[in-house]
Design a protein around this ligand. Structure first.
Ligand SMILES: O=P(O)(O)OC[C@H]1O[C@H](OP(=O)(O)OP(=O)(O)O)[C@H](O)[C@@H]1O
Ligand SMILES: Nc1ncnc2[nH]cnc12
Length: 257
């Protein structure tokens, strides 16, 4: 269903500034042809600087020179764009400039969680996709994958396996290091949590550079698990995280361009 290479029709949301520096997307959604950023959209977004992303807990900043992102552009992808649930989910995601560092445009899913319908719709969309796929394992990535992963696992009858930051899991672990723009981080999983031959979906809130999901895939595959797909609420497609997933499919609900 995902057609990133031809993002023709995108859902454009009106964004409004509700307090200095904080931007909420409203529920007003228009289906329009995608246009590159214009002065008008830039002005509406209130943004001045290029979008940067931050590189996880080690605090690195991944920032190729990029055209500005308009916060008014939240594109649905992967899922049926006519599904009203997607536009509602998209509209609840708050975008905060300059967090946690100057230049970073933070996609904040905590505002999605404040809307029970949007939160439920998010879980339902993943459950609808995975319930008949014989999935044994939902692997959730710390920290925000711990919000979305467990309800999906319960609904499809799979076990939930936490993929954690270093020195958090009490039992014996296996680890995978992964690179950030500046520095590295490590992901850990309990030995014995999964068995060879099991089928897994890896869940996180967002894919940026793809380094985090790549590490999760490596961890699971090392112990013989088949990673069927990765699933995220949000993709930042300009960062080409998909390219780091090899041939693994990625299912996303909202693409932020
Ligand atoms: O695709 P990538 O470039 O690897 O980035 C995506 C990761 O970054 C964020 O987590 P973060 O590392 O900030 O940890 P947190 O959820 O604990 O804040 C996000 O929740 C993803 O896990
Ligand atoms: N821009 C961003 N917003 C939220 N989480 C992120 N993780 C990496 N980049 C991010």
């Amino acid at each position: 269903m995902y057609t990133l290479s031809s993002p023709t029709t995108l859902k454009i949301l009106e964004a409004k500034i509700v307090s200095q520096g904080h931007l909420y997307c409203s529920n007003s959604v228009k289906s329009v042809q995608f246009l590159p950023n214009t002065d008008a959209t830039a002005a509406r977004s209130g943004r001045r600087e290029n979008l940067l992303i931050y590189g996880g807990s080690s605090g690195g900043v991944a920032a190729p020179e990029r055209k500005p992102m308009s916060v008014a552009h939240m594109a649905s992808s992967n899922v049926d764009e006519t599904d009203d649930r997607v536009s509602r989910i998209s509209s609840t995601i708050r975008v905060i400039p300059d967090f946690p560092k100057p230049g970073i445009l933070f996609q904040d899913i905590t505002t999605l969680l404040l809307d029970p319908k949007a939160f439920k719709d998010t879980i339902d969309l993943f459950v609808e996709r995975y319930r008949d796929k014989n999935i044994n394992v939902v692997a959730g990535i710390e920290a925000r994958g711990f919000i979305f992963g467990p309800p999906i696992a319960l609904a499809i009858g799979a076990k939930f396996v936490p993929m954690r930051k270093p020195k958090k899991l009490p039992g014996e672990v296996i680890s995978e290091e992964y690179s950030l723009e500046y520095g590295t981080d490590t992901m850990e999983m309990h030995v014995g949590a999964v068995q060879p031959g099991e089928r897994a979906v890896v869940v996180d809130d967002l894919i940026a550079t793809g380094g985090t999901l790549n590490a999760a895939i490596r961890l699971l595959e090392r112990v013989g698990v088949q990673v069927v797909e990765c699933a995220c609420v949000i993709e930042l497609p300009e960062l080409k995280g998909r390219d780091r997933l090899g041939n693994k499919p990625l299912f996303v609900l909202v693409s932020s361009t």
